[in-house]
Design a protein around this ligand. Structure first.
Ligand SMILES: [Zn+2]
Length: 147
């Protein structure tokens, strides 16, 4: 993660501002991955204690920004889960399903002590629908199952 140089910025400070800026410069899904019809990203947060963070799901259509970074659910945490590379890899290779987990690398107050490593674990699942099958499975004419 890049450290900010303390330049004066008009955008919101912290992770929200960072996310806004990177989202603003991101190209649209259809511009980079014209074959992708729908990208579904689901985030599940594994909680060591209450309150539990709600599951989050995002549906991205072709005009949406090809931007896959999500703020840590802790409001005071500086962390951002960055799925940009893993999802870009999926879209490039026309992979339809992927899952994994990330640990938050941000800092937040824990038990009254500020600046502690967050380490919130997030499990993600990504499902992508493509306009046409990229794998060139050759269909034999007449082999379509009749009803
Ligand atoms: Zn965090």
């Amino acid at each position: 993660m890049r450290l900010s140089r303390g330049k004066k910025k008009t955008a919101k400070p912290g992770k929200d501002g960072e996310l806004e800026r990177s989202r603003a410069i991101a190209p649209t899904l259809e511009a980079v991955y014209p074959n992708a019809r729908l990208v579904r990203v689901q985030l599940d947060f594994i909680c060591e204690s209450l309150p539990h963070h709600a599951q989050q799901a995002f549906l991205l259509h072709p005009p949406a920004k090809a931007h896959f970074a999500y703020p840590c659910p802790f409001g005071d945490c500086t962390g951002i889960y960055n799925l940009q590379e893993s999802i870009a890899r999926m879209l490039t290779a026309a992979v339809t399903n992927d899952a994994g987990s990330l640990t938050c690398t941000g800092l937040r107050a824990r038990q009254g002590v500020p600046g502690q490593p967050c380490e919130q674990v997030m499990n993600y699942t990504v499902a992508v629908q493509y306009a046409q099958p990229v794998t060139s499975t050759r269909r034999v004419a007449g082999a379509v199952a009749s009803r």
